[in-house]
Every structure is written in structure tokens, then in C-alpha cells.
Design a protein around this ligand. Structure first.
Ligand code: HXC
Length: 257
């Protein structure tokens, strides 16, 4: 069985981490699977939204600790480095990625979630960067994305203590977009995917680029970058259609390609 399974249905790429016996821990096959997903989304323009979730009681419990103890230092390190690259590419995809967090999102699992564009959490989900308990530190954005999302001091606390936080606490910190009943998680993810799918694919891509790339710039550069992307969006056929549809009091029919 593949560590990462995926299927495309009506423009949504449904991805499931599938090593439940190891709480979907990240090994070489897992990273290979995630890379395949990113490549698939890049090469198949029918994909409009990606949804990631996990089988069983974890979204992902982080790097496979057994891999650290059983493989050479080189294999473990190159796997983590490859994961970091895949996450950056995922952030840079044209289509949004929704993380539907069904349970534990720890270490690398929390880092994968943070590289997604929207995080919807089951009330059973929990988050944390417990690497410190293993005598190591986060290696795929845990000290960096986390600090930018929840703030400098809270990220410091979470990484120094390895403390696990509930979905509610993660929501309060701005780490997740919404918390839902466990049984409604995938319905909520689908609803969000449908909303995004109804928009202009071109405008969706530009929003994702403006927010994600702008987030890594200073404010002034970010504002200038946004202005350029705004000009691009304004001259697109979808803008013509969206504005015309508003004036004609009808639903816009955006391009699908
Ligand atoms: C390998 C793991 C694992 C992991 C759980 N398992 N997490 N195997 N790597 N990260 C395995 C357990 O060994 C066990 O296997 C089975 O999954 C079920 O786990 P339990 O511990 O029995 O479940 P539970 O008591 O519910 O506890 C859940 C848990 C705990 C709190 C999530 O498993 C845990 O603390 N896991 C480690 C989390 C962690 O430290 N993650 C950070 C990893 S480092 P058996 O065979 O015994 O049934 C990291 C570095 C990031 O992520 C670098 C960039 C990616």
C-alpha cells in the first residue's frame, strides 16, 4: 500500500496519508508520495484544489523516528531536506491546498499543515513541535512558519517545551482556520473546496501567490508585488467576465482550463 494515496474527483485532488500503523509518520516513501502529488497537481490543470488528510487517528505524527534510528544519518537527513523542498513547491503551486486535520499533527506533520493554505481541524486534532523531546529541532519550517503564524514568543514556547495544543487552542492562536466536529471534517473540506472551485482559477492563483510570496517579503515590496498582480488580474478575461456578470446581475462563468 502506498504511504500517500491520491485520487482526482471533480477538480479536487483528495490526498490521504496512509501509514496508520505508524500514525502516518514520514519516511522516504511518504516524501516520494507527496512529491508525486505536487507533480500531479502541477501537470494536470483539471486539479483546482488539493485536500490533504490522514488515515486513522493521526494526520501525521512527524518524521518516522524509527527511520532516524535504523537508517544512516544521510538517508534521514536527505529525506527531511527533500520534504522541505516539496513543501516549498506545494506552497508555490497555482492551486490552494487545504489541510483537513483529523488527529495528531506533530513535528513534521504540523510542518506539512503549516505549508498548506487553509487548515480545517477536527475537534480531535492536536498540534505541536515535540522534536525537543528527541533532542533534535524542527527541520521543515517548524521554527520559521510557526513563528510567522502564531508569533515569535508562542513559537518559541511551543518549540522549547514540545507541548501539544488542542485544535481549539490552535484556532485561538490563528494556526487553524476553523474547528469542526470530527464527523463533519471532510464535508467541511469539500464545502471549502467547492467555494474555491467556483471562483476564477486565475484570480485564485494570483491570490495564493500574492499572499504566500508577499508573506516572505517586507511590507513595501509585498504591496508593490500585489499591485503588479492586481494589474495582471485586471487585464484577464475572467475579470472581464466577473465584472460584466455583476453589472448584468448574473452569476459569473469563469474560464475552466
Ligand atoms: C514512528 C511512530 C511515530 C513516529 C507514532 N509512531 N509516532 N512511529 N515515528 N513519529 C508509532 C508508535 O511507535 C506506535 O507503533 C504507533 O505509531 C502508535 O503510536 P502510540 O504511541 O502507541 O500512540 P499513542 O499512545 O496514541 O500516542 C500518540 C503520540 C505518540 C502522542 C502521537 O505516538 C508520539 O509521541 N509520537 C511521536 C511524535 C513525535 O515526536 N513526532 C516528532 C517526530 S520528529 P507500535 O509499533 O509501537 O504500535 C520530526 C522531525 C521533523 O517530526 C523534521 C522535519 C520533518
Amino acid at each position: 500500500m502506498a504511504a500517500v494515496e491520491y485520487r482526482e474527483e471533480d477538480g479536487v485532488l483528495w490526498v490521504k496519508f496512509n501509514r496508520p500503523e505508524a500514525l502516518n509518520a514520514i519516511n522516504k516513501d511518504f516524501v516520494k508520495g507527496l512529491r508525486e502529488v505536487v507533480d500531479y497537481a502541477r501537470n494536470n490543470k483539471t486539479v483546482r484544489v488539493i485536500v490533504l488528510t490522514g488515515e486513522g487517528k493521526a494526520f501525521c505524527a512527524g518524521a518516522d523516528i524509527k527511520m532516524f534510528s535504523e537508517s544512516s544519518h544521510f538517508v534521514a537527513r536527505s529525506t527531511i531536506e527533500e520534504l522541505g523542498k516539496v513543501l516549498e513547491e506545494m506552497e508555490d503551486l497555482e492551486v490552494p491546498v487545504i489541510a483537513a486535520i483529523n488527529g495528531f499533527a506533530l513535528g513534521g506533520g504540523c510542518e506539512i499543515a503549516m505549508a498548506c493554505d487553509i487548515i480545517i481541524a477536527s475537534e480531535r486534532a492536536s498540534f505541536g513541535q515535540p522534536e525537543i523531546n528527541l533532542g533534535i529541532i524542527p527541520g521543515a519550517g517548524g521554527t520559521q512558519r510557526l513563528a510567522r503564524i502564531v508569533g515569535w514568543k508562542k513559537a518559541m514556547e511551543l518549540c522549547l517545551t514540545g507541548e501539544r495544543i488542542s485544535a481549539e487552542e490552535a484556532y485561538r492562536l490563528g494556526l487553524v482556520n476553523k474547528v469542526v466536529e470530527h464527523d463533519k471534517l471532510m464535508d467541511e473540506a469539500k464545502k471549502m473546496a467547492e467555494v474555491i472551485k467556483s471562483k476564477s482559477p486565475y484570480a485564485v492563483m494570483l491570490v495564493k501567490q500574492a499572499v504566500n510570496r508577499g508573506f516572505k517579503m517586507g511590507l513595501r515590496d509585498g504591496i508593490m508585488y500585489e499591485r503588479d498582480l492586481f494589474a495582471l488580474s485586471f487585464s484577464s478575461p475572467d475579470a472581464e467576465e466577473g465584472i460584466k456578470a455583476f453589472v448584468e446581475k448574473r452569476k459569473a462563468d469563469f474560464r475552466r482550463e
